[in-house]
Design a protein around this ligand. Structure first.
Ligand SMILES: [Zn+2]
Ligand SMILES: [Zn+2]
Length: 414
């Protein structure tokens, strides 16, 4: 077996590598954009001959270039992942085009075969729902690709699932391709999503004000955190069309529906237009038909509401202008680095300053801390560890002595 690393060996993002078997099987794992979105897709060797593309999860740095792949190559991913990728692609202002390659949906623990390569997907705990790690077997060799993961989210049992599998099968793993987003953070003692929820509840109990939340709509773990915090503090969570569409389309029994009791739906012009451009008119019209305007009620009882904020609410004249936002609170619940981007400064940052908003950062990462990385290594017991999805591949050597550093475009004989 061979692994060709196209990109992602020395950066967080642009994940992409290919596994080739002696029998001629060729599978690509992820085809992601760099995090800053600068740079072209890596040139793939004879890409029409690729037998399948496995996508670990619906984050751009793992799927961003898939629309450039030939249409006849089948994709493999979770059904949830596929729904979210298609939604993002439709809504993107540039193309509005969702991929239409045939997609085979993967289920955790269910093995699939592509030519002579066997792949077993495992559900991963990550800030994207539907995330997977992959066990890859061919020519008597095995690789485990962690992709992005953590053990502190709302699926902490993913570690025990792996433990049970590896104990039962005594699988010898030749290479573990291990994400190392936080490899250099030595003494981080990470919170769990549940601990974060408790801190948010405590914060919400105090202020007698309207509280805004700035978080990614596709981080479903975090949505659940705010939804639960709303219930625990007897508040109403105000969501936009985007969040409503995600909840209704994913249709996951354990998630609330957009018309649940303590959810209030809030459409606004910009987003309605965006949804119609994306050919999601049918959903949008249904949404608008069942919607009642509540801005006066929110202004009269601001402390009863938690309001999910989108930057597009702040552009142009729309229904959001009728909400009294002066001196409100904002919980910032995303990667802190976004706050240095121009986009953020011009929209949310500017809005915070202008309206005297009190901002509080409350967030935990979707990525493994050192403890989680060590735990995964102990479970998988690989012969070799390949640093991936990291800015600091050399730092891996501080923690393990069987680290094999690879470079972009390198081919590794397994
Ligand atoms: Zn990633
Ligand atoms: Zn990710």
């Amino acid at each position: 077996m061979e692994i060709k690393f196209y990109s992602g060996t020395n950066q967080i993002g642009a994940s992409c590598f290919e596994v080739r078997s002696q029998g001629g099987g060729r599978i690509l794992f992820d085809y992601g954009k760099p995090l800053d979105s600068v740079g072209a897709a890596p040139q793939l060797d004879d890409c029409n001959m690729i037998d399948g593309v496995f996508i670990s999860h619906p984050h751009q740095d793992h799927y961003g270039f898939i629309n450039e792949l030939p249409k006849q190559i089948p994709f493999y991913m979770s059904e949830t992942g596929s729904k979210l990728i298609k939604l993002s692609q439709r809504l993107s202002s540039a193309a509005h085009k969702a991929y239409d390659n045939k997609t085979i949906f993967l289920n955790s623990g269910k093995s699939v075969k592509v030519k002579d390569i066997e792949i077993i997907p495992f559900m991963a705990d990550h800030s994207a729902i539907g995330a997977l790690s992959f066990l890859i077997k061919a020519d008597g060799k095995s690789i485990f690709y962690s992709a992005d993961f953590r053990f502190t989210g709302r699926k902490p049992y993913t570690s025990s699932t792996l433990e049970q599998y590896f104990e039962k099968h005594k699988e010898k793993i030749d290479y573990l391709i291990l994400e190392g987003t936080h490899i250099e953070k030595e003494n981080a003692s990470p919170k769990t999503e549940e601990q974060l929820e408790k801190e948010i509840v405590d914060f919400l109990k105090k202020p007698d004000k309207l509280t805004f939340v700035y978080a990614s709509g596709q981080n479903i773990d975090r949505f659940v955190t705010f939804y639960r915090a709303a219930i625990r503090t007897k508040k109403i969570l105000v969501i936009d069309l985007y969040m409503a569409y995600i909840l209704d389309t994913l249709n996951i029994p354990t998630l609330p529906k957009s018309q649940s009791n303590n959810i209030l739906r809030f459409p606004y012009k910009e987003q309605v237009r965006q949804f119609k451009r994306a050919k999601l008119s049918e959903y949008t019209d249904k949404f608008l038909k069942t919607y009642t305007k509540k801005d006066k009620e929110i202004n009269a009882n601001p402390s009863k509401y938690i309001f999910l904020l989108r930057s597009s609410m702040l552009s142009g004249k729309n229904e959001f202008n009728e909400i009294n936002v002066k001196n409100a609170n904002l919980i910032y619940s995303m990667w802190a680095g976004y706050q240095n981007k121009d986009d953020y400064k011009k929209t949310i940052g500017n809005w915070i300053d202008k309206n005297n908003i009190l901002k509080k950062d409350m967030h935990i990462s979707g990525h493994a801390d050192i403890e989680a990385l060590k735990k995964l290594v102990d479970i998988v017991k690989p012969q070799n560890i390949i640093p991936f999805h990291t800015n600091n591949p050399e730092t891996f050597k501080k923690h393990w002595d069987n680290v094999r550093i690879v470079k972009d475009k390198e081919i590794l004989e397994v």
